[in-house]
Design a protein around this ligand. Sequence first.
Ligand SMILES: C[S@@+](CC[C@H](N)C(=O)[O-])C[C@H]1O[C@@H](n2cnc3c(N)ncnc32)[C@H](O)[C@@H]1O
Length: 274
Amino acid sequence: MLNIPLPDSTFRDLRDYIYEKSGIYIADTKKYLIENRLLRILQEKNLNSFEDYLRLIKSGSNGNEHARLFDAVTTNETYFFREPDQLNIFVNEIMPRLSAQKKGSQPVRIWSAACSTGEEPYTLAMMLLEKGYARKQFEISGSDLSEAVLQSSRTALYNSYSVRNIPEQYLRKYFSGNGQTYSLGSSVKSMVKFMKINLIDDKNTGPLRNTDVIFCRNTLIYFDVKSKQRVTSNLYNCLNPGGYLFIGSSESLHNITRAFRPNVLNRVIAYQKV
Ligand SMILES: C[S@@+](CC[C@H](N)C(=O)[O-])C[C@H]1O[C@@H](n2cnc3c(N)ncnc32)[C@H](O)[C@@H]1O
């Protein structure tokens, strides 16, 4: 692999550009990450310097380059049945409340924001089916900034790492697999609608207005305080009054916003729009 150095000033320009467009803040200590991840793109494009790459990105002529940049800098770690305490509170406590409020006339609208490769929204779909909810009682959307992970979500082919926490009966019922690759069946696949949404940008969250429950887990950690405030404000505006927001169990809205009321249910915090 070629050794193209990333000068500090170009790193800062790139970092500022990524921050402005996505809200993702890359600390100085993560310079190596940008350098490593973008080097492959430079080589593919036969570019001799990171300055040339920055010029290409900023020229704005090629939307694909933006998508590739975001794909390269985002961290997409996720798996099925992640943080099950929250999932159980949602299915056993929150969903019955919301469903009763809808009186069967409207579906409960659920949004997995920053869903990466789709494990989270598909987990929610399977859990609701297992609880006996009918398809027409809920709608699930999944979104992310990265095109590449959205493509994987739609394909719904998973490796053994991703499925390792799936209870056996779910695995047998909803997947076909060979021990290495697991393919999610079309009955669940067809229940989730995926779309590209940049959470920092309030202009593109329109389709998810009037949502009842948002899962935005393990994503706020990539933002600085200002970006966290913009994202949580966008999420707040998308929720119906009384709607709920779940963030990752190691994340907090402390010092970010007071707009939500924290409901503590069995040690799980469900933030409610009041
Ligand atoms: C670690 S994954 C979280 C996946 C899942 N929510 C979970 O908890 O397992 C973080 C995701 O946030 C997405 N992301 C980062 N910045 C974003 C932004 N500004 N808008 C939308 N998604 C973003 C990344 O592409 C990545 O897929």
